[in-house]
Design a binder for this molecule. Structure first.
Ligand SMILES: *[C@@H]1O[C@H](CO)[C@@H](O)[C@H](O)[C@H]1NC(C)=O
Ligand SMILES: *[C@@H]1O[C@H](CO)[C@@H](O)[C@H](O)[C@H]1NC(C)=O
Ligand SMILES: *[C@@H]1O[C@H](CO)[C@@H](O)[C@H](O)[C@H]1NC(C)=O
Ligand SMILES: *[C@@H]1O[C@H](CO)[C@@H](O)[C@H](O)[C@H]1NC(C)=O
Length: 401
C-alpha cells in the first residue's frame, strides 16, 4: 500500500517515482474523507481490486494539469444603434457590465468545475497551485471572482469571517493596451492590416448584401459589415435578455439571418493561421510553457490555470485547435485543455473539451485533426508551435520607441 500522507501524492505519482500498484492513486479531498477513502482502499485492495478509483466520476489517474478558458457571464449591451427604441434606456450598471444573472452563471460554473474535478482540484485554495488571468474588462474580472467563489469556497481552516462563505483569491490582468494574451487588445500593425483585408473580403460576400440593405434601412445607419452585424446582434440579444421587446422589423432577421455573419465576425479575428499567430499565439505560448513545466516536473505545484476572457478568445483558441466550424460561445462557454501523463511509458497526452455555455453538464470532447487519439503532447506541441511567434512584437512590425 503506497498511499502515504503526503498531501499531493495522488496527483503527482511520478514525482518522486513510487512503486505502482493498482491502489496507488486514491484521491484525497480532506483529512476526514481521506481516512474513509484509505480504509475503503485497504479493504478493496484486500479484495484484490480498487473499486473506488473505478467508480468516482471524472477521476483520472493520468491527469496532471488543467487549463480552463471561459467567457464572462451575461452582460448589458455595449452600444446602441440609431433607431434603437432603447437608446436612452437606463442600464443600472452601465454599458457592457456583468448582470446579476451573469454573476450567478459564473458562480454556478465554478461549482460545476469543483464537482467535476473534485479529486483533482484540492478543496483548499493554495496560491502555489492555481493561477488566474483575466482580461482587464470589469465584466471578465467580476466573472473570474464569482467563478472562484464557486470553485474555492473557504474550507473550515480558511474561514476568516464567521458569515463570509468567500475568500479572496488573486486575479491577474494586464492593462488592455499591453494584453496580447487574453483580450488581444495590444496593438499589432501586421495583424490589423491582415484583419482589415480579411474583413473586407467577408463584407463583400454577395450572400450578405440583402441582409445589409435590410439592416441599413431599419437601423437608420450604414450597416454593411459583418462586424457591425456582430455588434447589432449582441445588442439585440442583450436587450432581449433584459426583457425588452424588440422592434418588429427584427423578427425576420434576428437571430436567424444575423447569426452566421455574427459568428463569422468573431472568427475573422483569427480566420487563418497568419491571423492566429498574432491573435492567439501569445496565449498558446503560455499554454505550451505550462505544459512543458509540468512535463519536465519543473513546476509540480501548479496544476490549474484559469483564464477569464471573451467570446473572441474562445473562438480564437477553437480555431487555433484546427476547428473551422463557426460557433457562438454563449455566456460562460469554456474550452478546457488537460495534460495527462501515461505513467506506463512516461509520455504525455492532451485532452480538449468544449462547453458552449455555463449550463452544460457533460462537456464535448474535441478531437483535433492534427493529432491521433490519444493526442500526444509531442504532436500537440508541434501544432501550436507553428502558431507561436518567437518575437511577437517584431513580427507585428510594431516600431519600438
Ligand atoms: C434617422 O437618422 C437621421 C439622422 O441621424 C434622423 O434625422 C432621423 O430622424 C432618423 N430617422 C429615424 C426613423 O429614426
Ligand atoms: C490570412 O489572411 C490574410 C488576409 O486575407 C492574408 O493576408 C494572409 O496571407 C492569409 N494567410 C494564410 C496563411 O492564408
Ligand atoms: C504510450 O501509451 C499510449 C496510451 O496507452 C499509447 O497510445 C502510445 O502508443 C504509447 N507509446 C509508446 C511509445 O509506447
Ligand atoms: C450548445 O450545445 C448543446 C449540446 O452540447 C446544443 O444542443 C446547443 O444547440 C448548443 N448551442 C449553441 C448555441 O450552439
Amino acid at each position: 500500500m503506497e498511499y502515504d500522507n503526503d498531501e499531493n501524492t495522488w496527483r503527482r505519482p511520478s514525482i518522486p517515482k513510487v512503486e505502482r500498484t493498482t491502489c496507488q492513486q486514491i484521491p484525497k479531498r480532506s483529512t476526514s474523507v481521506a481516512v474513509v477513502v484509505l480504509g475503503l482502499a485497504v479493504l478493496s485492495c484486500l479484495l484484490g481490486y480498487c473499486v473506488l478509483s473505478e467508480t468516482l466520476p471524472h477521476e483520472s489517474k493520468t491527469l496532471r494539469l488543467v487549463i480552463i478558458l471561459f467567457r464572462h457571464g451575461a452582460r448589458t449591451p455595449v452600444k446602441t444603434y440609431n433607431s434603437d427604441p432603447y437608446k436612452n434606456y437606463q442600464w443600472p450598471d452601465g454599458f457592457g457590465s456583468l448582470t446579476n444573472v451573469g454573476k450567478l452563471q459564473l458562480y454556478e460554473l465554478g461549482k460545476k468545475f469543483r464537482s467535476y474535478y473534485t479529486n483533482f482540484i484540492l478543496e483548499d485554495y493554495y496560491e502555489k497551485d492555481v493561477f488566474i488571468r483575466s482580461s482587464d474588462r470589469s465584466r471578465c474580472l467580476m466573472s473570474a471572482y464569482t467563478f472562484l467563489a464557486g470553485l474555492f469556497p473557504p474550507t473550515e481552516r480558511q474561514m476568516w469571517h464567521p458569515e463570509m462563505q468567500w475568500q479572496p483569491i488573486p486575479v491577474h490582468a494586464l492593462p488592455r493596451e499591453l494584453d496580447n494574451i487574453v483580450s488581444s487588445t495590444k496593438p499589432c500593425k501586421v495583424w490589423s492590416e491582415m484583419y482589415k483585408e480579411q474583413l473586407a473580403a467577408h463584407d463583400a460576400d454577395p450572400k450578405f448584401t440583402e441582409l445589409f440593405d435590410y439592416l441599413t434601412k431599419h437601423t437608420n445607419q450604414t450597416l454593411r459589415s459583418i462586424l457591425d452585424t456582430d455588434f447589432l446582434y449582441s445588442t439585440l440579444l442583450t436587450e432581449q435578455e433584459a426583457g425588452l421587446k424588440l422592434p418588429d422589423w427584427t423578427k425576420t432577421v434576428f437571430p436567424s439571418k444575423m447569426r452566421t455573419p455574427f459568428m463569422l465576425s468573431l472568427a475573422t479575428l483569427s480566420y487563418n493561421e497568419s491571423l492566429q499567430r498574432f491573435q492567439i499565439g501569445p496565449l498558446l505560448k503560455e499554454i505550451r510553457q505550462y505544459f512543458d513545466e509540468t512535463a519536465v516536473h519543473s513546476n509540480v505545484d501548479r496544476t490549474l490555470y484559469i483564464y477569464s476572457g471573451h467570446d473572441t478568445t474562445i473562438v480564437s483558441l477553437w480555431r487555433a485547435l484546427g476547428f473551422e466550424e463557426l460557433i457562438e460561445p454563449e455566456y460562460g462557454a469554456s474550452v478546457v485543455l488537460e495534460l495527462h501523463e501515461d505513467v506506463e511509458n512516461e509520455s504525455f497526452f492532451v485532452k480538449t473539451f468544449y462547453r458552449n455555455n455555463s449550463k452544460i453538464e457533460e462537456p464535448i470532447e474535441l478531437k483535433p485533426k492534427f493529432c491521433d487519439d490519444p493526442c500526444t503532447y509531442t504532436r500537440f506541441k508541434d501544432h501550436v508551435s507553428k502558431l507561436i511567434p518567437d518575437d511577437w512584437e517584431a513580427e507585428c512590425g510594431n516600431t519600438r520607441s
